[in-house]
Design a protein around this ligand. Structure first.
Ligand code: FES
Ligand code: FES
Length: 213
């Protein structure tokens, strides 16, 4: 039978070994400074003007600033969320000139003169947008972190369908798409909900689309 002292030592050994391995990954401070100097040298600021929720903004930004960071850190509209920062979760979805986009995947300086709508611009606490009201009515959230992106996406999805824009699962490209379950699942597939509120989100979208109450 294993000696409990030995197994304690070996557990400790594993922990110490793991910590040492992690420490190897930490750069010496000189190297960190050199990297940060290189990053400063690469910095280039650029002016950009756009409209967010009906208000004009003119910003001077590092060209590497994403639209999401411009909205959150510079304009202080924190409704759009940073989930993955890699275009994989949809929490940062905003609507630009009527089209939804992952704001973490686009640079702010690419949006000169664009019309940007964030969750703050869709409705107000006193007067919710019909999609916001439907999410509240159908409990389309739990923690709420994905909700601003889900709602912005859902609003744009209904507009896409109204405009007759097909998706990857539209079987018949000659007739306008309908908001079937499969269409909605496909169109909303870029918006992940870690809480799994999908069935309530689907009901909310169906109600806002007028196909359910
Ligand atoms: Fe943009 Fe996840 S934060 S897609
Ligand atoms: Fe929590 Fe969607 S409500 S991640």
């Amino acid at each position: 039978m294993a000696n409990p002292v030995d197994s304690e030592v070996s557990r400790r050994g594993v922990l110490v070994g793991g910590t040492a391995t992690a420490m190897i990954g930490i750069l010496p401070s000189g190297q960190v400074q050199a990297q940060s100097a290189r990053s400063d040298a690469a910095r280039q600021d650029f002016g950009v003007s756009f409209e967010v929720n009906g208000k004009p903004y003119s910003l001077q930004l590092d060209t590497r600033t994403t639209l999401l960071d411009a909205l959150r850190e510079h304009i202080h509209l924190t409704g759009s969320k940073k989930g993955c920062d890699h275009g994989q979760c949809g929490a940062c979805t905003v609507i630009i000139n009527g089209v939804r986009i992952n704001s973490c995947l686009t640079l702010a300086v690419m949006h000169q003169d664009d019309r940007i709508t964030t969750i703050e611009g869709l409705g107000t606490p006193e007067q919710l947008h019909p999609m916001q009201a439907a999410f509240v009515k159908h409990d389309g959230y739990q923690c709420g972190y994905c909700t601003p992106g889900q709602i912005c996406s859902a609003v744009a999805v209904l507009d896409e369908i109204k405009a007759g824009i097909p998706s990857h699962v539209s079987a018949d490209l000659t007739s306008p798409p309908a908001l079937t379950n499969i269409e909605m699942r496909e169109r909303m597939s870029g918006n992940i909900c870690r809480c799994g509120a999908y069935s309530n989100i689907a009901e909310a979208i169906a109600e806002a689309a007028g196909s359910k109450t």
